[in-house]
Every structure is written in structure tokens, then in C-alpha cells.
Write a protein that binds this ligand. Structure first.
Ligand code: B12
Length: 235
């Protein structure tokens, strides 16, 4: 066994451990990521801080080297799996806030796109803020979205896309909602790394969420506004 294998994560300072976790995420080391997450939690870190400083930042670094052709799909998949394992530990903790139910969201990644880490993060943070989240997964054609809206009657529809080739599909879904006369029954939020505010407006969404934390705040605002409008109409 090499010295590297023997590395005792618990003996590292917080800063060294987080740096080591960035390396471990890069190398797709699932067990080490889980161990690191648990150590930070035991040291009193909040689940949110572990998520953002150790996991999301680690994935950002992976993203840079993927872009630059230093890492390839199989390696990034290993990183993604390690990230998901770490998120699995944090998920119940983030959802445990006991916040009153704020509303319901259906969320899914659009057709042709299998990226789901960002979507899962948004789901986790929304659950933590007291939303009920129905996650319809990846690669969703318009029919899946419409069926989920019909079945679950959420307040919010969330769509995620990470590819410039799949993001236009959001407009296909929104146009189908308009055609069915149900567009205004829902708050539509869109997100994913290649999107921006202008794109959100261009496809007819109500809001673009830059990251999971911003999304939660926007969702709360939009729900409050919707309730006020309804109250004004009926009152
Ligand atoms: C991990 C990853 C993969 C993994 C996905 C694993 C998984 N289970 O998700 C794998 C290896 C499978 C993969 C495959 C591919 N990938 Co990829 N991938 C990435 C990578 C490195 C990280 C994405 C990620 O998870 N980020 C971390 C999360 C936390 O961030 P996020 O997704 O942006 O989400 C946040 C916000 O955007 C927002 N958000 C996200 N969704 C939503 C939804 C709503 C409703 C709201 C409000 C907010 C919101 O909140 C989130 C949390 O804060 C990115 C690089 C990058 N910089 O994005 C490339 C990247 C997206 N991939 C890319 C490419 C090209 C591909 C492939 C085509 C590669 C190939 N040749 O096969 C395939 C496509 C497969 C497919 N059909 O979908 C390109 C896209 C380029 C482009 N212009 O379109 C990128 C940008 C890399 C690059 N620079 O080249 N990939």
C-alpha cells in the first residue's frame, strides 16, 4: 500500500481536508468523498457549507479540466458518482429543517440531456427550504413534463439543461403549455450552466435560477407573489 492510500483524512486540518476532497473528487474516489463529508459534519460544518465548499467547488475544478480536454467523459462520470455519493449523505440533513410546506415543484432535465447533478442540487435545496419536489429525472420529452404537471399539479415547473444543443428544448415545453392553455397555471423556472437571464426571458420562463441558493429565494418570492395575486382576484 502506498503512502497515499494510508492518508488519514481525519488528521488533516479543515483547509487541507477540503483541498484533499477536491483532489479525491477529481480522481472519482467515492469512499474518500463520503469519509470527508462525514468528518466535516462531525467537526460542526453545516451541510450547506460542506456542499458548496467541498463538493460544488470540487466539481467546478473538474468542469474546467473537462472543458480544456484534460479530463474525459469516463473520468468525469466517476467524479459525478463520487459527488452524488457525498450529496446522498447531505440530502436528508438539508431536508431536515422542518420548514413549513412552501409549495410543490416538478423538476426534470430536458430531452437529449443526461446531466443531473445541478438539478439534484436544486431539488435538495428546495426540499430543505420546505418545498415538496417531484423529480422526473433526465432526458424528458415534452410529454413527460405535461403528464407530471397533470398528475402532480405543482406550483412550479423547473427545467434543467447543461448543453447548448438541448437548452432550446425548454421553449418546446413552454410552447406546448401555451398551446394547451395551461402556461399561466404554473411558475416556470429554468436553469443550467449555459443559460442566462436573457435566455430565460426569450423562451418565456418566469425566472432563471443561477444556482440552487438563488433558485430557492426566487421560488419563495414567486410563490408569495402568486398567492397575493390570487388573493387580490378572489378577495
Ligand atoms: C459532470 C458533467 C458531465 C457528466 C454528467 C453526469 C451527471 N450525472 O450529471 C457526463 C460525463 C455524463 C457528461 C456528459 C456530457 N457532457 Co458534460 N459536463 C459535466 C460538467 C463537468 C459538470 C456539470 C455539473 O454537474 N456541474 C455542477 C452543477 C452543480 O452545476 P450546474 O449543473 O450548472 O447546476 C447549477 C445551476 O446551473 C443551477 N441549475 C441547474 N439546473 C437547474 C434547474 C432549475 C430549474 C434551476 C432554477 C436552476 C438550475 O443550479 C445548480 C446548482 O447550483 C460540465 C462542465 C460545466 N462547467 O458545467 C460539463 C458540460 C456541461 N458537458 C459538456 C459536454 C459537451 C458533454 C457531452 C456532450 C460530452 C460528450 N462528448 O459525450 C456529454 C453529453 C451527454 C448528454 N447527452 O447529456 C459541455 C457542454 C458544452 C456545451 N456548450 O453545450 C460542458 C459545459 C463541458 C465543456 N466545457 O465542454 N458531462
Amino acid at each position: 500500500m502506498s503512502e497515499e492510500d494510508d492518508l488519514d483524512l481525519a488528521s488533516l486540518s479543515d483547509e487541507e481536508l477540503v483541498e484533499q476532497m477536491h483532489d479525491d473528487l477529481y480522481d472519482g474516489l467515492k469512499d474518500e468523498i463520503c469519509e470527508g463529508v462525514n468528518i466535516l459534519l462531525e467537526r460542526g460544518w453545516t451541510p450547506y457549507k460542506v456542499l458548496t465548499d467541498a463538493l460544488v467547488e470540487g466539481m467546478r475544478i473538474v468542469g474546467v479540466d473537462f472543458r480544456d480536454g484534460i479530463l474525459f467523459v469516463p473520468e468525469v462520470l466517476m467524479s459525478a458518482n463520487a459527488m452524488k455519493a457525498g450529496m446522498g449523505i447531505l440530502r436528508p440533513l438539508l431536508a431536515e429543517t422542518g420548514a413549513p410546506k412552501m409549495g410543490k415543484m416538478v423538476i426534470g432535465t430536458v430531452k437529449g440531456d443526461i446531466h443531473d447533478i445541478g438539478k439534484n442540487l436544486v431539488s435538495m435545496m428546495m426540499e430543505g427550504a420546505g418545498f415538496e419536489v417531484i423529480d422526473i429525472g433526465i432526458n424528458n420529452p415534452v410529454e413527460n413534463y405535461l403528464a407530471a404537471l397533470e398528475e402532480h399539479k405543482p406550483d412550479i415547473l423547473g427545467m434543467s439543461a447543461l448543453l447548448t444543443t438541448t437548452m432550446p428544448y425548454m421553449k418546446v415545453v413552454i410552447d406546448a403549455m401555451v398551446e394547451k392553455g395551461i402556461r399561466d397555471d404554473y411558475i416556470v423556472m429554468v436553469g443550467g450552466a449555459p443559460l442566462n437571464e436573457e435566455f430565460g426571458q426569450a423562451v418565456g420562463a418566469d425566472a432563471y435560477g443561477r444556482d440552487a441558493a438563488v433558485t430557492v429565494e426566487m421560488a419563495k418570492d414567486l410563490i408569495a407573489r402568486k398567492h397575493n395575486q390570487l388573493a387580490a382576484r378572489t378577495g
